[in-house]
Design a protein around this ligand. Structure first.
Ligand code: MN
Ligand code: MN
Length: 461
């Protein structure tokens, strides 16, 4: 045997998946990603993601889950958790006591939330005060066109939906920044402090209400517009959730169109493939649950996050329906925590350890553990469960890779995996490598998106 042959037999080889993929696979990936781009543009916030996902699921035959009803194999149900999180269930051939296949992704993304009392006027400009949501590099959010999405609950209890800045004809909004000519002092700040939290103020107008010598006429005119359009008064901001997100749409990147740039890939890039897998499955062996969670970017706390009883009670309902104990169902179940990892960026190699980094175009990335400081705050998946997923992927011919989130002690992060592990399920992180994660414009490879879809499909069927 030659060294070359022996190497092929013994060495781990991690290759660009596009090299070995068939033309049909690459064409299918492109087609899948056209649908994904549409989803990105129509699901920029957790609320819109829930709305859009349920609308798609209904078309695919899902109906609202009723815990008192009996369901049988092939039945498809959805659960809407307060309009901000959702679950999709496909009943399997086997009873739930033999285990359920869960895929969990999140549909919230880093952004600028309006403060409860956001509107003010300064030197005849009207602005919104914001409090950023999730981990952002604040300087990236200045001089980017922003749209405003969310809901306002008015004094009479009625709810107004807001979506301004997405249509071509809409105005948009912006956080201004200093010109370089006068940024001598600002430039001495560290990158982290380059733009401070209280400097993320969104410019929303400059035209004064033309009448008399009253003060705050620009603010008054803004409120007049909001009152005419939404029937709201300033006090209504106190009971609102309004989010500033980048106003542009998803686009292909590269001469070869092999990549997609967009706001909010993390984690729609796993949420959409998971949803599509649930929609495309007919009669799975095990019952399938796809959860699309809120609040992941702020630690999964709150009743729409996965550190709540949301998923646990879905198990309870399914178990009750079949007359078994919920905890036994959870203990027998398996979960893919579908979330992104950091793709190796050749411009910033110092934070990565090449042998254990994930690369664009190498397929879905299995992340055995996340966390920081010596594997703290993470679900470290067992060898047995990683082995199970690995064998499944190899059997199905799906391109995959293993990845850690950067070098040891370079930083760290977390996902929903540990909260699901706490329920007693076997769980591992798996998803798409992302360049510029958490930036207003993130980049992924179409091939990896499609491999993640095939993974969830194989895991669920
Ligand atoms: Mn994520
Ligand atoms: Mn994230």
């Amino acid at each position: 045997m030659t060294a070359k042959e022996l190497k092929e037999q013994l060495f781990l080889s991690q290759k660009n998946g596009r090299l070995e993929a068939s033309e049909e696979t690459l064409a299918a990936a492109d087609a899948f990603c056209e649908d994904y781009k549409w989803f990105l543009d129509n699901a920029k916030t957790e609320r819109e993601a829930v709305k859009t996902s349920i609308a798609l699921a209904k078309k695919a035959g899902f109906s609202e889950f009723c815990p008192d009803k009996k369901y049988s194999c092939g039945d498809k149900m959805y659960i809407n958790n307060r309009g901000k999180a959702a679950a999709f269930i496909v009943m399997g051939k086997r009873p739930v006591i033999e285990g359920v296949r869960v895929t969990a992704a999140h549909i919230d993304s880093p952004r600028l939330d309006l403060k409860p009392n956001p509107l003010y006027e300064a030197e005849e400009l009207a602005l919104f005060k914001t409090h950023y949501y999730g981990g952002i590099k604040k300087y990236q959010w200045t001089t980017v066109p922003l749209a405003l999405h969310g809901v306002v609950v008015k004094g009479d209890g009625s709810v107004v939906e807001v979506n301004i800045g997405e249509d071509e004809g809409d105005p948009c909004f912006v956080v201004t920044d200093l010109l370089p000519h006068l940024a001598a002092e600002q430039s001495k700040r560290t990158l982290n402090e380059g733009i401070k939290g209280e400097e993320l103020n969104v410019l929303i107008g400059s035209h004064p209400f033309r009448d008399d010598s009253e003060s705050e006429l620009v603010k008054l005119n803004i409120l007049k517009i909001l009152n005419e359009k939404y029937g709201m008064v300033e006090k209504d901001f106190l009971s609102a959730e309004l989010e500033c997100v980048p106003a542009y749409k998803a686009r292909d990147i590269g001469f070869d169109r092999s990549l997609i740039g967009a706001y909010g890939h993390d984690d729609r890039v796993c949420a959409y493939p998971a949803l599509r897998a649930a929609m495309d499955i007919k009669e799975p062996e095990h019952t399938v649950i796809v959860v699309l969670a809120d609040k992941e970017e702020t630690g999964s706390e709150g009743n729409t996050g996965l550190n709540s009883a949301f998923l646990k009670y879905i198990f309870m309902d399914l178990a009750n329906m079949q007359g078994v104990d919920g905890y036994k169902v959870m203990r027998a179940s398996k979960c893919l925590s579908a979330d992104v990892n950091a793709a190796y960026d050749p411009t910033y190699p110092d934070v990565m350890e090449k042998r254990n980094a994930s690369f664009v175009n190498r397929g879905a990335v299995i992340t055995k553990y996340t966390g920081a400081r010596g594997k703290s705050s993470t679900n470290d998946a067992s060898a047995e469960f990683v082995g199970f997923v690995r064998n499944l992927l190899d059997k199905e011919g799906i391109a995959w890779q293993i990845g850690e989130l950067g070098k040891v002690d370079a930083g760290g992060g977390g996902t929903v995996a540990m909260y699901i592990a706490n329920l007693g399920l076997d769980v591992v992180d798996l998803g798409v490598p992302v360049l510029s994660m958490h930036a207003p414009f993130e980049t992924v490879a179409k091939f990896d998106v499609y491999m993640t879809y095939l993974t969830v499909l194989a895991f669920s069927k």
